[in-house]
Design a protein around this ligand. Structure first.
Ligand SMILES: C[S@@+](CC[C@H](N)C(=O)[O-])C[C@H]1O[C@@H](n2cnc3c(N)ncnc32)[C@H](O)[C@@H]1O
Length: 456
């Protein structure tokens, strides 16, 4: 772990604008009344020290320090909780990072402050659920007027439930109720100028700072670019031409446990659909269970070539070895199109696994909302590679909850099996398993393995 100087002198820089300094200092002192007064203007709760990246949320959490029986003052901890709550209520961003690449939640976790960490997770879940709705809205075409109305009702409901709320003291949060409508009535000219600067920065930064993570890719990898890229299969890994790890051998244990979770009885004759061949690790395991149907969907031409190469277990001979024509088959194309065809001809599976690359969470969500209800047997099981936000604990926790809520929405119950990940060769970027891989997309020592079944 990097060394951190968590002192106020190190975190609030001398060059920090006075208005921001005042908010940071009040948040650091857990002076709830002062904080509320100071953030009573758009953007103030999101102010950031330009040198250290400290936000009021970071400050309120950091000043708690690590728990200690002698020094912990319950009244101060209660005030810290209230300060964080108030800041989030007024639009503080849960995942802004400081100069040590820590979000406020990361600081809470490092210091061992679970209550404060949970407040950040809850704020993240609310924000990501709302961004999900906004994305849906943006995807609506001009002929989607009815759906648009439905969305607006839904978005209002979320806003009602999560954002237009009253503070712990029962007071409304005017910025959120009348977003943008509040004019600053008081304050000196200098204060108003500073506030305008904060607002300008905010306007430039209206996009959420945290894009729902790509499945396990670099944040700027797009599906189109990935599907055009040249792939290299080498010692225990599959990488694209930009050095992104598409699939790696260290995930074998996760694949093994996923197969065990999806096919617990080990009975032969099951109908299996796997989306994303990669290194064929999970397909080799599925094949060993003697399924009656084994369908694979794969979109990358480089993977097709690999599948057809001499020595491949899943070439023509495998396809022809199925008990009925088409029982064993690699569908070449994107699941977005192939699944529609499978749905149209009424294919049903006992086990479905989903593990693609370069696609963001909205695609996984689309899959389980639009296709699982049609393709999965009522008694069947669905699983997916759960790498969402896995480069940071708080993002992983937020995305566990977000996906659980969306799975429920799709009529699915999810059971999370927490398994250990051996980090001995995964701990350092560019070293061990990560040698030759651009980005360390996995940083956690626990994997939450999802097994989904229909509710009820
Ligand atoms: C992480 S790998 C899968 C690894 C696999 N679970 C294994 O055990 O080796 C992801 C695979 O999904 C494929 N893929 C990416 N986007 C796809 C899409 N839209 N449709 C089908 N396959 C896709 C990639 O080409 C890649 O082969």
């Amino acid at each position: 772990m990097a060394d951190h100087d968590d002192s106020i002198a190190a975190r609030i820089s001398t060059g920090c604008p006075p208005e921001t300094q005042r908010v940071l200092t009040a948040a650091w002192a857990h002076d709830v009344a002062a904080v509320k007064k100071l953030i009573d203007a758009p953007g103030r709760a999101r102010a950031q020290d330009p040198t250290t990246g400290e936000t009021p949320l970071h400050a309120a959490i950091r000043s708690c320090g690590t728990p200690s029986d002698e020094d912990d003052d319950p009244a101060d901890l209660d005030a810290a909780h209230k300060t964080v709550y108030e800041l989030l209520l007024w639009g503080a961003i849960w995942n802004d990072v400081d100069d040590h690449n820590e979000t406020p939640g990361c600081v809470a976790r490092r210091l061992g402050r679970p209550d404060l960490y949970n407040l950040c997770v809850q704020a993240g879940v609310r924000a990501e659920m709302l961004f999900g709705l906004i994305d849906e809205y943006e995807e609506l075409g001009s002929d989607g007027a009815d759906e648009e109305m439905e969305f607006l009702d839904e978005a209002d409901a979320v806003a009602d439930a999560d954002m237009v709320v009253v503070g712990e003291d029962g007071e409304e949060a005017p910025e959120l109720v009348n977003a943008g409508a509040e004019e600053q009535q008081n304050g000196t000219e200098e204060e108003q100028k500073e506030e305008e600067e904060v607002n300008e920065e905010e306007d430039e930064d209206q996009e959420p700072t945290f894009k729902p993570p790509k499945h396990d890719a670099d944040a700027d990898v797009t599906s189109e670019a990935y599907l055009r890229s040249k792939l290299t299969y080498s010692d225990g890994k599959l990488v694209d031409d930009d050095g992104n790890g598409v699939m790696m051998a260290w995930e074998t244990d996760i694949m093994r446990r996923s197969v065990d979770a999806l096919l617990p009885s080990k009975e032969p004759g099951k109908r299996i659909l796997n989306i994303g061949f990669g290194m064929g690790i999970i397909d080799s395991m599925f094949a060993e269970t003697s399924p009656s149907r084994h369908h694979i969907i794969e979109a990358h031409p480089g993977v097709w070539e690999h599948l057809e190469s001499p020595g491949s277990k899943f070439g023509t001979a495998w396809e022809e070895s199925g008990l009925a024509p088409g029982a064993f088959k690699v569908y070449k194309g994107k699941w977005q199109e192939i699944c529609q065809q499978l749905r149209d001809v009424g294919q049903i599976y006992d086990a479905i696994y989903f593990d693609t690359f370069g696609e963001d969470y909205s695609q996984l969500r689309l899959f389980f909302t639009e296709f699982i209800p049609a393709l999965l047997d009522p008694e069947g099981r669905f699983g997916f590679f759960n790498g969402l936000g896995a480069d940071r604990s708080i993002c992983y926790d937020v995305y566990t909850k977000v996906s659980e809520l969306h799975l429920t929405d799709a009529g699915l119950d999810v059971d999370w099996n927490v398994i250990d990940v051996d980090m001995s060769h995964l701990a350092e970027a560019g070293k061990g398993e990560w040698e030759g891989v651009k980005r360390r997309y996995w940083t956690l020592d626990k994997y939450r393995l999802p097994t989904c079944t229909f509710l009820g």
